[in-house]
Design a protein around this ligand. Structure first.
Ligand code: SR1
Ligand code: MG
Length: 403
């Protein structure tokens, strides 16, 4: 019989004591459950006297945000630990160090990043992260190129696709991003004050076509190993350091999905600036910083991805045709724009929201931010297959916020 059961704080300490090379025998350990995400338990284990600490993340057999009525595979802990290890080799320094994965307890023991903050919180506080665009574009270019048919042996890639089949977590995305917001689904979650907007989503034929196409791409296009949930809550950050965490949604999918997630979450914070900034000049300046970051993320990705293609391509036909690189990069940009829009829409009317907007305390301000996020999201989805440059994204955000 399996020994798996959800741990309490005291049990987490007992397990921590058994881990080789981390704490000295007899160390006075404290344990605090700090998980504030939708799915897992997260324990912070600390030996204050030795200034040593670790994080222990345990998967629960259900989605914590809903409860036991929504069962969820524990295999996601394996997927997360394997993805972290792989990302660590492809992007040294950009993910936390994994000390250990315990399959029996669905537990990952990893580096404590409490000297960083969750990026969503940092952006809400109005902080700027001058190295973020460079770091995240390196993460995106390296992980996406080297796990694709462009950058790795194609037979080995097929084996890797098998290892990262992640049907239950993908189903969450398929439903919550690419289905529920476009019908009167029980899981939807929006204020009555924006019911008019939600109902418009249910009846917008042009939008439904684009969402169906994006959903189909998410279902079928095993282009690269994705992080799968790369929002600003999956990034720990300091001015000088960026660490990507939580790749439990990792699977082989379209590259633009990860890039779109980063763009969407910067733009959700942009929409939230309706309320976070103290005066108009500050709002304009911070929004300009966010849009410049969007531009730098894409431009950094494109430059690095093209360089990897030029220097390290593994596929003879991709090397033979220079035009193919242009066509490929353009289609990744278009996908990123479409997925960014879909991800913005789901965070306003779907099950899981973002603090950038939900924690705005004034009702009218929050409603304005929600309507702005929906307007930008819809415009991006409708633009996606026609887009040529990232500047179009910036223009949409500026235009919609000027009304
Ligand atoms: C039921 S899980 C809801 C959301 O939380 C995760 O962070 C993913 O974004 C998922 O869609
Ligand atoms: Mg997560």
């Amino acid at each position: 019989m399996s020994a798996y059961h959800p741990l309490n704080e005291a049990e987490a300490i007992e397990i921590a004591r058994t881990l080789p090379g981390l704490f000295s025998p007899g160390a006075e350990l404290t344990s605090r459950e700090i998980g504030d995400g939708n799915l897992n338990l997260v324990f912070h284990i600390k030996d204050a006297s030795a200034s040593r600490s670790i994080i222990m993340k345990q998967a629960l057999p259900y989605a914590k945000v809903v409860g036991e009525s929504w069962p969820l595979t524990l295999d996601r802990a394996r997927i997360e630990s394997e993805a972290l290890l792989l990302e660590g080799t492809l992007c040294p320094g950009l993910v936390p160090h994994v000390h250990l994965y315990d399959p029996e307890m669905s537990l990952i023991v990893m580096e404590d990043l409490s000297d960083h903050v969750i990026m969503r919180k940092g952006l809400i506080e109005g902080n700027r992260y001058p190295l973020f665009a460079d770091h995240i574009s390196t993460f995106l270019a390296n992980t996406l190129f080297f796990t694709s048919d462009l950058g790795m042996n194609q037979q080995e890639k097929k084996e890797q696709v098998k290892r990262f089949i992640n049907p239950e977590l993908c189903k969450i995305t398929e439903d919550l991003i690419f289905d529920d917001p476009y019908r009167d689904a029980d899981t939807n979650n929006f204020a009555e004050s924006i019911r008019d907007e939600a109902e418009m989503l249910w009846h917008d034929g042009e939008l439904h076509l684009e969402i169906a196409l994006l959903r189909h791409k998410f279902l079928t296009h095993a282009q690269a190993l994705l992080h799968g949930d790369l929002h600003t809550g999956s990034v720990f950050i300091r001015e000088d350091s960026t660490k990507v965490i939580d790749p439990e949604f990792a699977y082989y999918g379209p590259m633009g999905f990860d890039i779109g997630a980063v763009i969407a979450n910067l733009l959700l914070n942009y929409a939230g600036q309706e309320g976070w900034t103290r005066d108009e000049a500050e709002r304009v300046a911070y929004r300009a910083y966010l849009l410049e970051t969007v531009r730098e993320v894409w431009n950094g990705f494109e430059t690095k991805f093209r360089k990897l293609w030029d220097d390290q391509i593994q596929d003879r036909m991709s090397e033979a045709s220079t035009a193919f690189q242009d066509v490929y990069v353009k289609s990744v940009l278009q996908d990123a724009i479409g997925f960014a829009g879909a991800k913005m829409i789901r965070r306003i009317v779907g099950l899981a929201h973002v603090a950038d907007i939900d924690t705005l305390t004034d009702d009218a301000t929050r409603e304005r931010a929600q309507r702005l996020a929906l307007a930008v999201g819809k415009a991006l989805v409708k633009l996606n297959r026609r887009a040529v440059t990232i500047d179009e994204v910036i223009e949409i955000a500026e235009q919609q916020s000027s009304f």
